[in-house]
Design a binder for this molecule. Sequence first.
Ligand code: BJW
Length: 243
Amino acid sequence: MANGAGSIVVLTGAGISKESGLSTFRDPDGIWARVRVEDVATPEAFARDPERVHEFYNMRRRRHREGGIQPNAAHLALARLETEWRGAFLLVTQNIDNLHERAGSRNLVHMHGEMLKARCARCDSVREWHEDLGLATACPACGRAGDMRPHVVWFGEMPLEMDRIGAALAACDLFVSIGTSGNVYPAAGFVREARGAGARTAELNLEPSLGASLFHQASYGPATRVVPEFVASLLAAGAVPAG
Ligand code: BJW
């Protein structure tokens, strides 16, 4: 253990934001039950029908803009863990919402991008973006219209900050996966990487994920219950439990 308390990496997915009123992807009432991945979440879909893809993200961005979506007890518990933990801590989220930062998390990686940012595919500049995007939207940096896109990672694209994540996983003593089904790589492979580094692994989810057998311990239930419980017991212990 690099320091007395131990290094923690937490991975979150859509399940942690479900009780804040945001949909997951693969649950029966999830986003992929309403729209096809191939129509909205690939570079090919964007090339084929950019207005359709813009509308999908504009709708989701509007929900955030209109308010009413608030961080829940699970987001708040992870912010508390970051503040009170004496060792290293990195929160990696697959979510493109901003609920972790609004809860107070700071050491945070959005590996699949951020809904409230836009990127120019021509000059690569990334800006905070709260309005609708469309083909007529001009890039504030280079002035070109037609090349603005949501700053999100679609299937077939490289997730963000993989070097930083890889380094944290290689050094971690505890890896915790929260609210993710384990369908999407490379995030679904992090538990193996952490185990390879000798870390203890824990899953907090509504139900066992695809990779459930890879975790040393698990707690199943809604995130607003199981995450605060887990954080409280970890902080009470003060160090990553051995073995
Ligand atoms: C609760 C709860 C409550 C509910 N409390 N819990 C063949 C084999 C292996 C890999 C591949 C393959 N072919 C292609 C690939 C790679 C591909 C991939 O993984 N495909 C698989 C589907 C097969 N991956 C990629 O293309 C990625 N890029 C990549 O691999 O680059 C190359 C590379 C190589 C080497 C190293 C590194 C990189 C990019 C993936 C991009 C994902 N994009 C999306 C959409 C964009 C963002 C957006 O619009 O929001 O990201 S897809 C969607 O899935 C979204 C999510 O972030 C992601 C993960 O979903 P998540 O969070 O797990 O949600 P759900 O719905 O699946 O699960 C929710 C869970 O919560 C459930 O378990 C519930 O039970 C639980 N739950 N209520 C607690 N109250």
